[in-house]
Every structure is written in structure tokens, then in C-alpha cells.
Design a protein around this ligand. Structure first.
Ligand SMILES: CC(=O)NCCS(=O)(=O)O
Length: 349
């Protein structure tokens, strides 16, 4: 038993699980996403370099990764603070902030935002995808990576004493690279030592989530305490979804608010609409998975903030929950998805 057992670790310290309230399990409050810049289509260079303006909003919504400035969420601390205050007013209690090494985690800012807004913020330990791994990271052994991840949870990360409360989002590509496999094994070893929650960013291929779970399992990870993120853009076939669900991880639909015709990272993917995401939740609930579902918006670019005409952090509470209820998901099931499931996932063993 450690001091963390039975508790949730926020950037302001340990809290009782019942204090969490409604929780978005996959968001970013400050990060940079330059690693995922997509060159604009020929002819769009001017739009890609122009300041963000109302008249360009539709283009930005359809090409979010082709606009360099849009990838700098770290420039919007004041706007994010305002949005978190709105999130609280809308009934939100907590946010899991998934920014890991490679996309500019900033723990002092997370702590300040938590202090200023009263929203519980849980920070993420570990590493994002391979393209962001430093040479030093690539050379590390699994043991060294494990020690670093454990230390980020026990003692604090990035030279601060601010502690992470989950491992992840741990980034993986497709195919999974050797460096990413080492980080996955280190994640499983750290989870075994700490009894903590884990969250994974899978590569953009239907086979990716299952492969990640197999690697974690072989390294001794606790799959029942692991979240598979971004299922929206990763597994679309219902039979394949059920096969994956049987592996036992939490199933996360975390791109609510993203309505995108061409998904630039995998043009074969038809990004679902919010209505289709809700249909997937209804399907999983009917198949008996209401205890395994988590949802969020994964805000990681400027244009999704209300300041820029986006949906903000309260979209699920204000718009998606009523839609879920109107499609036959009960209030009790909504509470499971937004309160009980996050609580069980985030509580240290
Ligand atoms: C920050 C992050 O990794 N978001 C996921 C974007 S993706 O397009 O679903 O991979």
C-alpha cells in the first residue's frame, strides 16, 4: 500500500475519487503539435499563413493541421482558463491532461490553471509518438525509461515537484516503432510498480489498438486499467470493435466536436460525425460495455476553442449528453461514462 492507494493524483496533490465529478478523460490545456504539421494543398499557402479569422474558419476546420499557428495551443492560456471556468459552470469537475514528453507538457501552467479555476487536473507521464523522441530517449533501455516514468508519478516531472497522475498519452505510430515498443514495455513495468492508470494513443490503423494491448500484456501491464484512445478514427467496423472490446481495456471516443471531411493522417478514414459517435456509444452500451466507455474532446489545436468559433471543453456536457439521452442512453449510463468509469480508472490500486 502506498499513500496513493485508493486516491487520485492531481497536479495539486491527492484527492478522494468522489471529488472528481464529471471528467473528460482526454484533453490538452497547453501543448504544441508542430510534429503533426501537414503541408497545405497547392494554392492554400496564403490561407495557411494568414491570421485566424472568421472568414477562414471553415477552411481551418477542414485543414486544422496545415496552419502552423493553429498548432500552438500553448499560446492560449487565458482563453483556456476562461473555458475551464465555463466547463465548471456547465457541471464539469475534472480533466485528464494528456500532454506527454514530445508535445511540450507544461506542469506549472497546469497547476496554475487548476488553482485559478477549481477544475481538478490530472497530468500525464511518459512519451508521445516516435517522431518526437529525442536521440537520448531512443538510446534508453526499458529499465531507464521505466525509472523516469515512475519518477514522474512519484516525485514530479520536467524538473518540478508536480506529479503526474496517469501514464500517457503514450504515443504509438503504425507500424509501432522499436523506440515506441520500449516505451510501451516501460509503461507496463511502471504501471505494475505503481498500480496507476495508463492511456494510449494508437497508430492510425485498425490493427494498432490490439497490437498495443498485446505488447502491454506481454510486459505485465494491467489492461483493465488502460484506456485505448481515439477509437473514433481507428476502428470503424462494429465486429472489429467488439473483438477489440473483448481485450478488456477502456474504450475511448475522444474526438467529440471534430467534424472533418478528409482526415489528413489517413485519407482512407471517414472521420465520424458527433451523431455517429453517439451511435457507436449506443451500440457499445447495448453490447454490455457501459462500464468500459470514456468520452472527451481531445482539444489540441486553437480552432477548437470557443475563442476561435470552436466547440470548447463544455460541448459534451452541453450538447452531447442531451443527444445521448435522446438516443436511449439512460441518465444512469451517462453518469457511468462521465463519473464512475473515470473514477475507477483514475484511482490508484
Ligand atoms: C494530441 C493527439 O495526439 N491527438 C490525436 C489526433 S489524431 O488525429 O486522432 O491522431
Amino acid at each position: 500500500m502506498s499513500e496513493r492507494s485508493g486516491k487520485v493524483q492531481t497536479v495539486l496533490g491527492l484527492i478522494e475519487p468522489d471529488q472528481l465529478g464529471r471528467t473528460m478523460t482526454h484533453e490538452h490545456l497547453t501543448m504544441t503539435f508542430e510534429c503533426s504539421h501537414v503541408p497545405p494543398a497547392p494554392g492554400d499557402e496564403g490561407l495557411a499563413a494568414a491570421p485566424i479569422e472568421m472568414k477562414h474558419l471553415h477552411w481551418l476546420q477542414q485543414n486544422p493541421y496545415s496552419h502552423q499557428e493553429n498548432l500552438l495551443l500553448n499560446q492560449e492560456i487565458e482563453a483556456v482558463k476562461e473555458e475551464l471556468l465555463c466547463y465548471r459552470k456547465a457541471g464539469g469537475g475534472s480533466i485528464v491532461e494528456n500532454t506527454t514528453t514530445g508535445i511540450n507538457r507544461n506542469l506549472p501552467i497546469l497547476r496554475q490553471l487548476a488553482k485559478d479555476t477549481g477544475v481538478h487536473v490530472i497530468a500525464g507521464a511518459g512519451y508521445y509518438v516516435d517522431v518526437t523522441h529525442s536521440d537520448e530517449t531512443r538510446k534508453m533501455t526499458v529499465e531507464k525509461l521505466t525509472d523516469i516514468i515512475v519518477s514522474e508519478v512519484l516525485h514530479g516531472a520536467d524538473g518540478t515537484e508536480i506529479r503526474c497522475g496517469v501514464i500517457g498519452e503514450i504515443g504509438t505510430s503504425w507500424p509501432i516503432t522499436e523506440s515506441e515498443k520500449k516505451v510501451l514495455r516501460a509503461t507496463a513495468h511502471a504501471q505494475t510498480q505503481l498500480g496507476c492508470p495508463v492511456i494510449i494513443h494508437p497508430g492510425r490503423d485498425t490493427a494498432a489498438p490490439g497490437e498495443v494491448i498485446r505488447i502491454l500484456q506481454e510486459a505485465g501491464g494491467d489492461i483493465s486499467k488502460t484506456v485505448m484512445s481515439h477509437l473514433d478514427r481507428t476502428i470503424y467496423d462494429r465486429q472489429e470493435l467488439l473483438e477489440f472490446a473483448k481485450m478488456g481495456s477502456y474504450l475511448e471516443y475522444d474526438l467529440f466536436g471534430t467534424e472533418l471531411l478528409n482526415y489528413p493522417f489517413n485519407l482512407r478514414v471517414d472521420m465520424p460525425s458527433d451523431s455517429q459517435r453517439v451511435q457507436n456509444l449506443v451500440f457499445l452500451v447495448r453490447e454490455g460495455y457501459e462500464d468500459r466507455i470514456l468520452i472527451a474532446h481531445d482539444i489540441h489545436t486553437k480552432h477548437r476553442l470557443t475563442k476561435y468559433g470552436g466547440h470548447g471543453y463544455s460541448h459534451i456536457l452541453e450538447n452531447i449528453v442531451p443527444k445521448m439521452l435522446s438516443r436511449g442512453i439512460t441518465q444512469n449510463q451517462v453518469d457511468k461514462i462521465l463519473i464512475e468509469n473515470p473514477k475507477h480508472w483514475l484511482t490508484f490500486k
